[in-house]
Each structure stands twice: as C-alpha cells, then as structure tokens.
Design a protein around this ligand. Structure first.
Ligand SMILES: N[C@@H](CCC(=O)N[C@@H](CS)C(=O)NCC(=O)O)C(=O)O
Length: 239
C-alpha cells in the first residue's frame, strides 16, 4: 500500500487548504512538509519536483503533482468524491468553480492594497449575497437532499463547506438569509465523535473542526475530520 500523501506548502491556508480539507474529509492521513524559507522552495525547484516552479505540490501514489485543481481532482477520483458519471461530474465541476470564484476573491483580499480593501470587501459582500450564496441555497432547496449532487457526498460539498467558513470569518451576517447553507455548515461542525453522540445514522456531510481554530497563532489549518460511518463506507479506501 502506498505511503501517506506528503503535502509541500507554506505554513498557511492558501491554495493547499482545499487539498487538506478534501483529504481529511476522505479520511486519508497525510503528512505536511512545510516550506519555511526561500531556500526550501528553491530546493524543490532545483531538484525538479515542481513542474511549473510553484506549489502546492503533493507527493501521492508515486507522483509529484502540482496545480491545485489537478491535485483535487485526483484525490476526489481516488476517494470516490467525484460523482458516478459524466453528468454528475459536470455538475460537481460547475459548483466547484463557483466556490472557487468566490473563494479566490476572499483568499486574495489580504493581498489587496490598503486603499482598495474596502471596495473589494464591498464587492465580495455583494457577490456573496446576491450571487453565490443564493445559488447554492437554491440548489439545495431544489432537490431537498443533503448533498449538492447525486444525494451523495462529493468534492463540491467539501469545497462549499470550506467556503462557508471563510464567508463566516469575513462577516457572519452574510449567511443569515441562507438557512440550508447554515444547516450544512452547522452539521459539518457536528460532534467530535458522531458515533458517541448517537449520530451514526445521520446522513449529512462530515464533522469538521474549523480550520485555524485549534492552534492559536497558526493561520492554518484543517486539522482533523471525522467522517461518520455511513459516509466513510461510501468514500472508498486508499489504494
Ligand atoms: N495555478 C497554480 C498556481 C500556483 C501558485 O500561484 N503558487 C504560488 C503559491 S500559492 C507559488 O508557488 N508562488 C511562488 C512563486 O511563484 O514563486 C495552482 O493552482 O496550483
């Protein structure tokens, strides 16, 4: 059996965070090799580990994968989080890109020049309230199922829940008018141990610790995810 995936990135959420969430939701253990200096990054570049000279890079199943989306798609396929057919996959991709559009705006906010920050924040609030959050709320409302696609956990749900935490960090009031989104976020927080809390038959999502809350002063991360038995059985096992 292959060893644990090894994640190469900075001590930050950044582009690696969605990868951490996905692996954690899949119940897959992973190691992190933090890049702590420009020398660390150069070393990876010079030894040919970074095809495009950039991170995130994940060592997995004998490959050194770069490009965030490629990594996410590989992990989602491996752990059966990518739909059952082409149509489900298309929907999962569509929702994932919607999540990425708003997520990217939020992720880049700290890099914005101070004099542009308020304008950017207003734009994010406007897009979240009038476009992205209603879109996801409506999907859930339209079929009244626990998951976005195919009544089964997929990478789209995991990316969405991660996004909801970022939105909440930015401004908790943004979620006020979206009861179904609040519900999936609340359920994802869940119990420490769903089995102990009698939640074993609860079909919804997974129990996550909020990234960044478990170690004060550390910007990341997704520490631990408990997936209830019902979901774990549908996630497939590591190859
Ligand atoms: N399209 C790439 C972008 C990767 C990227 O921008 N990586 C940044 C860190 S988040 C990086 O390696 N920056 C260092 C550099 O380019 O020198 C992806 O999605 O993985």
């Amino acid at each position: 059996m292959a060893g644990k995936p090894k994640l190469h990135y900075f001590d930050a959420r950044g582009r690696m965070e969605a990868i951490r969430w996905l692996l954690a939701a899949a119940g897959a253990e992973f190691e992190e090799k933090l890049i702590e200096s420009s020398e660390d990054l150069d070393k990876l570049r010079y030894d040919g580990s970074l095809v495009f000279q950039q991170v995130p890079m994940v060592e997995i199943d004998g490959m050194k994968l770069v490009q965030t989306r490629a990594i996410l798609n590989y992990i989602a396929t491996k752990y059966d989080l990518y739909g059952k057919d082409m149509k489900e996959r298309a929907l999962i991709d569509m929702y994932t890109e919607g999540v990425a559009d708003l997520g990217e705006m939020i992720m880049l906010l700290p890099l914005c020049p101070p004099d542009q920050k308020n304008t950017k924040l207003t734009l994010i609030r406007e897009r979240a309230t009038n476009c992205y959050l209603p879109a996801f709320e409506n999907v859930l409302k339209s079929h009244r199922q626990d998951y976005l696609v195919g009544n089964k956990l997929s990478k789209a749900d995991i990316h969405l829940v991660e996004l909801l935490y970022y939105v909440e960090e930015l401004d908790p009031s943004l979620l006020a008018n979206f009861p179904l989104l609040k519900e999936i976020q609340f359920q994802s927080l869940g119990q420490e141990d769903p089995l102990e809390d009698g939640m074993a038959t609860h079909s919804n999502i997974f129990a996550l610790k909020t990234p960044g809350t478990e170690e004060p002063g550390r910007v990341k991360s997704m520490a631990e995810v408990h997936v209830n038995l019902h979901d774990r059985s549908s996630l497939g096992s590591p190859q």
